[in-house]
Write a protein that binds this ligand. Structure first.
Ligand SMILES: [Zn+2]
Length: 272
């Protein structure tokens, strides 16, 4: 197709205009990375607004209250009431682990609290005597580690706690049993009240390294390291620390490292 000169010029002008516009458009799109870089910043500032959304108001309030007044379930104790840190060992006595722990505590001159299961007391009364002779504190932890204690009738709860205390006293007649811990920490106000009426203060905890938990694939060394790390990170003055001597050799091993570490930073106390 042949075009007249003016038409050709007009076409060239249009073409130039198009190129110019395209160039401009390109220039405008090149700073794209900038806008991308800005985007996360916008997101980041938007984040805190979103954060409280998954939590309910009630949960947030409960957490805030728990932080201000450290009271465990049912009105149980989470802290020692002094600057001292209390180590508590549950579910024993264990014929192997309890003597190993007692030896370690003696070497380190540390007093701890033992939450005893009645059935195990019945099997190993001599270990209860050793615990008492070591100057440690005793705590009732029910006859057979009943995790559903709070669901029982008051008479059943009272009978369980009385049977356990009787077994402990059979082993060590002069021993004082001033503390009680519901298995799993499953305290209810009713359980706490019954324990109190029997002269026992209910003992929850502030630090739980979950030493009883053995996730699949976790080696013994990893387990020990996890227990050590959790106790080191979470223990502050006044804390009650939960651990287990019953059937937990890695817990005892962890405390070989933890006892000297804790002693440098805190006063370790047997509960009074
Ligand atoms: Zn227990």
């Amino acid at each position: 197709m042949r075009l007249s000169r003016p038409r050709k010029l007009a076409l060239v002008a249009v073409a130039l205009l198009a190129v110019g516009l395209a160039g401009r458009a390109a220039a405008e799109t090149t700073p794209a990375p900038k806008t991308q870089a800005v985007a996360p910043a916008v997101k980041a500032t938007a984040k805190p607004k979103k954060k409280p959304a998954p939590r309910t108001k009630a949960n947030a309030k409960a957490k805030a209250v728990a932080h201000r007044t450290p009271i465990g379930p049912g009105g149980s104790k989470m802290i020692t009431g002094s600057r001292g840190v209390a180590l508590t060992f549950d579910d024993g006595p264990d014929p192997v682990q309890t003597p190993a722990l007692l030896k370690l505590l003696k070497q380190q001159k540390v007093h701890a609290t033992f939450c005893l299961v009645g059935k195990n007391v019945h099997r190993h009364p001599e270990l209860v005597r050793q615990i008492v002779a070591g100057g440690h504190t005793l705590c009732n932890h029910t006859w057979s580690h009943d995790l559903r204690l709070g669901k029982r009738t008051a008479a059943q709860i009272r009978a369980d706690l009385a049977r356990t205390n009787a077994e402990i006293r059979k082993a060590a007649p002069t021993a004082k049993i001033k503390f009680f811990r519901a298995p799993g920490g499953n305290f209810t106000p009713g359980v706490v009240a019954i324990a109190r009426s029997m002269g026992m203060s209910s003992l929850y905890w502030r630090v739980d390294p979950r030493d009883w938990e053995h996730p699949e694939g976790e080696t013994d060394a990893q387990h020990r390291w996890r227990v050590i790390q959790r106790v080191q990170r979470n223990t502050h003055d006044g804390a009650i620390v939960l651990s287990h001597d019953y059937a937990q050799p890695d817990t005892i091993a962890a405390y070989r490292t933890l006892l000297p570490w804790l002693k440098k930073r805190h006063q370790l106390v047997g509960l009074q």
